[in-house]
Write a protein that binds this ligand. Structure first.
Ligand SMILES: [Zn+2]
Length: 259
């Protein structure tokens, strides 16, 4: 799935985490940001597609294969491998806990614990959202690294232009930001409405993923790649209607990433 939907989903998780934090706006904003960052981070393993990867990182690390080959392969540092595992999420959080305990002798504060939780859950929702995409070169995500099993690759949705899913995640995020702002001003608790909005959005997103009525699946290379992408866009058109679809498509065309 695309990085914008992942990030919006992580930000939405961040609003739930922020709703149990002290009511300071800055604290809540930081928790939302950390959760969004956790949800975007797994796709750092697509850096091997960067046009300057081979002469820079590839040459510095003395890598045997080109970035393009690495991306599509099943090395531990390929796309959908280690960085798309719950193990990576756990190790990063543990690394954060260890590092902060070196500098601070006291127990982690409630805010620190909420940051770890937001990052971890944001990271996990990214992995979950990548599972319904086609098997392609990997056959899912390497969820339990170092196990060689890949989970997902179900072909329920296309790799990108899932505009409906992005709009759901964005709507939950924005609605919950309004809830949080109101609770900060009124100094009231807001956990239940925020969690409720997130839960409804989560169910709606899962429903949309499972209601495409088209099998996008393929393994390795597919001659139907263009046709599948076109089909995905047609489905979006029928879900969103011509007007919203055109807005989303022109927004997509302005971006220099797959969306
Ligand atoms: Zn991903």
């Amino acid at each position: 799935m695309d990085i914008l939907t992942h990030t919006a989903s992580g930000l939405a998780i961040g609003t739930v985490i922020a709703s149990v934090a002290p009511k300071g706006l800055w604290t809540r904003a930081k928790l939302i940001f950390v959760s969004g960052f956790g949800a975007a981070l797994p796709d750092i393993d697509a850096i091997s597609l960067w046009s300057k990867f081979d002469p820079t990182i590839g040459s510095f690390l003395g890598l045997e294969h080109s970035g393009r080959v690495i991306y599509s392969e099943k090395f531990w540092y390929s796309h959908h491998a280690f960085m798309h595992s719950a193990t990576a999420a756990l190790l990063i959080v543990l690394g954060g806990v260890l590092l902060s305990s070196l500098f601070r002798k006291t127990r982690p504060s409630k805010i620190a614990l909420l940051s770890y939780a937001g990052f971890f859950l944001g990271f996990l929702i990214h992995l979950w959202e990548d599972m319904p995409t086609p098997a392609g070169n990997w056959g899912g995500v390497n969820l339990f690294f170092p196990s060689e099993t890949y989970v997902g690759g179900w072909g329920k949705i296309w790799w990108w232009n899932n505009y409906d899913l992005f709009l759901i995640a964005l709507a939950v995020f924005l609605l919950n930001v309004i809830f949080l702002l109101c609770s900060s001003i009124a100094k009231t608790k807001i956990f239940k409405p925020v969690l409720g909005a997130f839960f409804i959005g989560f169910c709606l997103l899962a429903y949309q993923v499972n209601s495409r009525e088209f099998d996008f699946n393929y393994s390795r290379k597919s001659s139907k790649y263009q046709a599948f992408e076109q089909k995905s866009k047609e489905i979006q058109q029928s879900i969103l209607g011509q007007k919203i679809y055109s807005w989303m498509e022109s927004f997509d065309n302005q971006l220099s990433l797959y969306f």
